[in-house]
Write a protein that binds this ligand. Structure first.
Ligand SMILES: [Zn+2]
Length: 613
């Protein structure tokens, strides 16, 4: 026999005050196992500690010239050579190691191997300086781009996902964050150079200027970036909840200054909102900021997002990445939704939080996401082909469906458990990498719910449900709702979800939450008003499409509902039946049915071992 649930609850208010969501057991997070994701195995035998980059960049030239000093710790004995992912199109001019020059070999498209004079033992902290120059290959979204704006030369980098190795010797995988970096860019005096962290020095040397950026937080290699052009600069101040002021430093094209100031000014409140929502701004000892570039979008370089325009959505999205993507970085490109789904969702939350500030309202934003997600019948949030940049950065799947996976989890778990689980996930994985499993475990720990099936259906599985709702109300006021579901893709038989349905009467309504666990499931509830219409998921909590609602007799059993003692559904039955008998009916009056089960308060029978007499 099957269990039934049909709980009533007050309609959720979308203006929930996030600042008041208190974590009831912040210390509850456990340290879970985090499998090491795939990376170049040749670079797995050492740990990156520090880089000092010294580059000469003239934005009028498609060229980089300079050196990278790398500090590393060996992880095994007999460490006789060190490997870097680095384009073999770049000329390595010298490798300096304790005062001597080392030999190296370049092989394949992206491998630099440096032979050490004496093998090192495990646990040795060592360093070398690699001097190189060249016109880097450009991959992905344009890992190294020389362009112009308003007739002025402009140069920027955008390494995500695989482009760091195009322009500096690195570990190109998602397995090792660099503990800290210094980025020192020399450029002709007319230009400014933007990068990660704090600008600690800006000095004139002859006809050049030297910009020294210092970043003292762990950073994934793909988030190291530079941008060089004739930036105008200004700073917005952001008072944080911890009482300090965070500078939001903006390097913008001079011709877009007014537009930029308007956009970043509005972002101050969003940064304060995010800062209060989970954990405080991850790089609060340094800065947040923007640098303008010419690529058609944005990129969340750590502490300084590169943007092409200053609209609410783009700025709110890139800012959200400082928590989801930068502080906690997806540990595999299969799990890119941990970056993009979150950033997309937080942009949505900023619309929910600041309705008077945004053109596209929260409801319309949700509707547009659902329309995008359900515009095709298949496709998984888990990236099917991580060798394809288009597959990794699928806006429909990694961004939109990823964001809606979070929204549905919020609905399923409730705000308190949902936000607590996210806070614990961020705290546990801070300044490191994470996989989807880690998020799942933290949400399970916070809520006590098993989310295995949820992630199988929604993360690994493909497609979405369509719901068919049939309802009727008896003369006694009982409302019966039968809920059917079809799925758009064979990979998922059934999406087990709590389903919101709004029952409307004259001047009154009630939102019911139906725990949908079986196709054709029948729910009953008593309503103290006459229901005139039923609306499916009015607040857009679920991914679904082509839903129908109809009023009608439920499979010819209306008489049994209206008058009777016993109702059996479905009839005929195949896999299961559900039995309903009138509340408070003495068992003696049910003399044709032998029952060894328990009826709940609504009259639904649970348990095993019944049979017809
Ligand atoms: Zn993004």
């Amino acid at each position: 026999m099957l269990a039934f649930t049909a709980s009533l609850f007050a309609q959720n208010h979308v203006e929930d005050d996030f600042e008041n969501i208190v974590c009831k057991e912040a210390e509850a997070h456990a340290h879970f196992l985090h499998p090491v994701p795939a990376a170049n195995p040749l670079t797995a035998n050492y740990d990156l500690k520090y880089y000092r980059f010294e580059w000469y960049i003239d934005p009028a030239q498609y060229f980089i010239d300079g050196k990278a000093t790398v500090y590393f710790e060996t992880l095994e004995d007999g460490f006789a050579e060190i490997n870097f992912d680095f384009s073999t199109q770049m000329a390595v001019n010298d490798i300096s190691y304790h005062g001597q020059s080392l030999n190296s070999t370049a092989s394949g498209a992206y491998l630099l191997t440096v032979q050490l004079p004496t093998p090192l033992t495990a646990g040795t902290l060592d360093s070398m300086t690699i001097t190189y120059a060249g016109a880097p290959p450009s991959s992905g979204f344009g890992s190294f781009i020389q362009s112009e704006h308003n007739g002025i030369p402009s140069l920027w980098t955008l390494s995500e996902p695989y482009g760091a190795q195009d322009w500096w010797p690195c570990k190109n995988g998602l397995d090792d964050k660099i503990d800290s970096i210094d980025v020192i860019v020399t450029t002709p005096e007319a230009y400014r150079a933007a990068s990660n962290g704090l600008l600690v020095q800006e000095t004139v040397v002859g006809s050049d200027k030297v910009y020294h950026w210092k970043h003292r937080y762990p950073i994934a290699p793909y988030l190291v970036a530079i941008a060089v052009t004739n930036f105008a600069q200004y700073t917005d101040n952001v008072p944080l909840s911890n009482g300090t002021n965070l500078p939001m430093l903006n390097y913008v094209y001079p011709e877009n200054l007014a537009n930029a100031q308007s956009g970043t000014g509005k972002l101050v409140q969003v940064l304060q909102f995010y800062d209060s929502l989970f954990v405080s701004y991850p790089f609060h000892e340094e800065k947040y900021g923007h640098a303008e570039f010419g690529w058609g979008g944005g990129m969340e370089h750590q502490t300084m997002s590169y943007v092409t325009s200053y609209g609410w959505g783009l700025l709110a999205h890139e800012l959200a990445h400082q928590w989801f993507g930068d502080m906690v970085t997806c540990g595999s490109w299969e799990d890119i939704w941990l970056n993009e789904g979150f950033a997309t969702y937080l942009e949505g939350l900023s619309r929910e939080r600041f309705p008077s500030q945004v053109v596209t309202q929260w409801y319309d934003w949700k509707l547009s996401k659902i329309n995008s997600i359900t515009s095709q019948t298949g496709g998984s949030v888990k990236v099917a082909d991580t060798t394809s940049v288009n597959s990794i950065f699928s806006s429909r799947l990694s961004y939109n469906k990823g964001s809606y996976l979070l929204h549905m989890l919020r609905w399923k778990l409730g705000d308190e458990d949902f936000f607590m689980g996210l806070r614990n996930y961020l705290t546990d994985r801070q300044y490191d990498y994470a996989l989807t499993n880690s998020l799942q475990l933290h949400l399970e720990a916070a809520s006590g719910q098993d989310l295995t099936e949820y992630f199988e259906d929604w993360f690994t599985g493909q497609g979405h449900p369509s719901y068919q709702v049939t309802w009727e109300q008896s003369s006694a006021g009982d409302v019966y709702i039968q809920l059917n579901q079809t799925t758009s893709h064979v990979s998922v038989d059934f999406f087990e979800m709590p389903v919101p349905v709004l029952l409307k009467g004259a001047g009154v309504d009630s939102l019911v939450r139906l725990e949908h666990t079986q196709n054709g499931e029948l729910f009953s509830m008593n309503m103290p008003f006459t229901v005139t219409s039923v609306q499916f998921d009015p607040d857009l909590w679920l991914i679904s499409a082509n839903n129908t609602v109809q009023q009608g007799e439920l499979t010819g059993t209306g008489e049994a509902f209206a008058e009777g003692d016993i109702f059996i559904y479905p009839n005929p039955a195949k896999d299961f039946i559900q039995v309903f008998f009138e509340k408070n009916k003495p068992e003696s009056e049910l003399n044709w049915l032998m029952v060894n089960g328990l009826a709940d308060s609504q009259g639904w029978l649970h348990g095993m071992g019944w049979h017809y007499n």
